[in-house]
Ligand binder design. Structure first.
Ligand SMILES: Cc1cc2nc3c(=O)[nH]c(=O)nc-3n(C[C@H](O)[C@H](O)[C@H](O)COP(=O)(O)OP(=O)(O)OC[C@H]3O[C@@H](n4cnc5c(N)ncnc54)[C@H](O)[C@@H]3O)c2cc1C
Length: 451
């Protein structure tokens, strides 16, 4: 009998898992993906705007991690990988734009010089003196990154350098993200005995001359999704799974139309808040833990404006905490990735952890905010040709203090032929999702063979 695998959730985690299952389990394996959405891909979603393809969920991946470039190569898509044009973002703080501080570890500066002009003189003096202040650090500790940076460098560094980076990645802030997730190499340097935050940051800085940080896919993430679907030869059932229970030979999955599906092994690749009800009977501790992971929502407004609109030569703007803007980040997509047509494309992100902006603000209000914010930041009145809004609700897990222990506990409660994957486990970015999905596929294939 050929093995039957069910994958619950068809975002990048589920699709990468389905592809890896096909590679590992071979031609005969039966692979079904359940997802009720209008298309597969989850937060990877490519739309046409201003005559061009544009990603309205994730738009990039970190190329210094190997997973996505390796997957593109494996799929014969290496030629579709593109890099940024080399332009940089700025930080909008105190009502004006500042260069992005150089030599930071996810916004944590490694010298006072790198934030000169962004913070006041008292903060510069505090930072300059920081290496001489005794540091108490307990190896393995995971406080909120904001608490550590505020104590050592001052509140302005948190609001104007660290928050803008973390709000881009997690729609969170330095208050909601643990230092071990925000800056793992820096936390490791502290564990290893770095005598100050400045010193730990310097030890943690990635080496120079490593090339661009971000890559993307020509044609958008849809290109990768299509290839994963085709190569995995999955069967897509457009239903949500509501319940998973053991049956005589494996697992029984019940969908939202009361359909029942048998699987020898299951990979559950849904967002953390959706995991809890699915695992409530099978792994109640894991279910309870998943329900405790806080999540944030974001709305992305994608905008096409006429070519020739005098946008600056920069990749975008990260907004400091406490500014009088509605947007938390602006991406000048055409400037960042290069022109692919006549229109200029932009993305503006709204919503932070703890607010309901992404959920409650009508599209028309988001558009008005976007136009007003672009005028405030760049001093230009844009004339939208077209726009669309996509809302990513409860989509961004907050890697709070102690997140690693929390997910270790969660995993230990899950039986061998049922694996979990998703952006709440080992990292929120696409590369981490691909890595986790691959390991999940390996684990269930090995467990199925052992049975
Ligand atoms: C606005 C935004 C921008 C981002 N930008 C970047 C970026 O530039 N680079 C980067 O690396 N990362 C980025 N990220 C993060 C990254 O996109 C996500 O973490 C990643 O795509 C999550 O993939 P996933 O498959 O784990 O989850 P999802 O994409 O959320 O997919 C989960 C799927 O499960 C389905 N589902 C839910 N419940 C059920 C159920 N009961 N039964 C069946 N199916 C179910 C959903 O319909 C969904 O399709 C961004 C995230 C957001 C929100």
């Amino acid at each position: 009998m050929s093995p039957r695998y069910c994958v619950v959730g068809g975002g990048i985690s589920g699709l990468a898992a389905a592809y890896r299952l096909r590679v590992l389990a071979g031609d005969d394996a039966d692979i079904t993906v359940f997802d009720p959405a209008d298309r597969l891909g989850g937060i990877l979603r490519t739309e046409r705007l201003g005559g061009q393809m544009m990603d309205v969920g994730a738009e990039a991946f970190v190329v210094r991690r190997p997973e996505v470039p390796a997957l593109l190569t494996e799929l014969g898509l290496a030629g579709r990988q593109i890099s940024t044009t080399g332009v940089r973002p700025t930080i909008y703080s105190q009502g004006r734009s500042h260069p992005l501080p150089p030599d930071t570890v996810n916004g944590i500066p490694t010298s006072a010089a790198s934030v000169t002009g962004l913070v006041d003189d008292a903060t510069i003096a505090q930072m300059a003196a920081e290496p001489n202040r005794p540091l108490r650090w307990q190896a393995g500790a995971d406080p909120a990154v904001g608490a550590v940076v505020a104590d050592r460098f001052g509140d302005q560094v948190v609001a104007r350098s660290v928050d803008p980076m973390l709000s881009g990645v997690y729609a969170g802030s330095a208050a909601t993200i643990g230092i071990r997730s925000a800056a793992p190499t820096l936390a490791a340097a502290l564990d290893a005995g770095a005598p100050s935050l400045t010193d730990a940051g310097r030890r943690a800085l990635p080496g120079s001359a490593q090339g661009p940080v971000f890559g993307a896919i020509e044609g958008g993430y849809q290109v990768l999704l299509d290839e994963l679907v085709a190569r995995s030869r999955l069967r897509w059932v457009q239903n949500a799974i509501q319940h998973i229970a053991p049956d005589a030979k494996g697992w029984n999955l019940r969908d939202d139309e009361d359909g029942h599906h048998h699987a020898d092994a299951v990979i559950v690749a849904v967002p953390a808040p959706r995991l809890a009800p699915l695992l409530a009977d099978v792994a109640p501790n894991a279910a309870a833990t998943a329900a405790r992971i806080p999540v944030a929502s974001a709305a992305v407004l994608a905008l096409a404006v006429p070519g020739g609109t005098p946008l600056p030569q920069q990749s975008g703007v990260l907004v400091a905490s406490g500014e009088r803007l509605h947007t938390k980040a602006i991406t000048l997509s055409t400037r960042k990735w290069g022109a692919r047509g006549n229109a200029e494309l932009l993305r503006l992100s709204f919503g932070r952890f703890g607010d309901s902006v992404a959920r409650d603000t009508p599209d028309s209000a988001l558009l008005n905010w976007a136009v007003a914010d672009l005028e405030a930041v760049f001093g230009i009145a844009v004339d939208p040709l077209d726009f669309l809004v996509h809302r990513w609700l409860d989509a961004m897990p907050q890697y709070g203090p102690g997140h690693r222990e929390l997910t270790a506990g969660l995993r230990s409660d899950v039986p061998p032929t049922l694996a979990i994957a998703g952006n709440y486990l080992d990292g929120i970015g696409v590369p981490a999702c691909v890595a986790v999905a691959g390991r999940a596929a390996q684990a269930v294939v090995a467990a199925t063979i052992r049975q």
